[in-house]
Design a protein. Structure first.
Length: 118
């Protein structure tokens, strides 16, 4: 089968379009991915808000948003129970258990979505 110059131009145009769509210039390639990544690499309220923004842009991130919100609530409860009144980071961090089921859910969500974890 011979290709005409028209076929060749169409093929080149298709490859260029596919290349431009796929490269993204370092930007997220799916709606909400940047926010979801921020959630997986963040902590607390910032992570929950980022996950909620991601879910608003792309329903594929709704489980991550729900689990980040549950984690934030869990962490807040734990931190409040161990706060020694100084409000310093050391006393608050003591109440955050990364082996908790809530943390494990968020880690599993991020892993299943192929997102980096901090």
């Amino acid at each position: 089968m011979q290709f005409s110059s028209t076929h060749a131009r169409m093929a080149v145009a298709a490859l260029v379009a596919a290349g431009l769509a796929g490269c993204g210039g370092g930007h997220a390639f799916s709606p909400g991915q940047a926010d979801a990544t921020a959630a997986c690499q963040g902590i607390g309220a910032q992570a929950a808000v980022a996950a909620s923004r991601a879910a608003a842009k792309n329903p594929a991130y709704s489980t991550l948003a729900a689990d980040e919100t549950a984690l934030m609530a869990s962490d807040s409860t734990q931190a409040a129970s161990v706060d020694d009144g100084t409000g310093d980071a050391a006393s608050l961090a003591a109440g955050v258990d990364i082996a908790s089921p809530a943390h494990q859910k968020v880690i599993a969500d991020c892993m299943s979505l192929g997102l980096p974890i901090k």
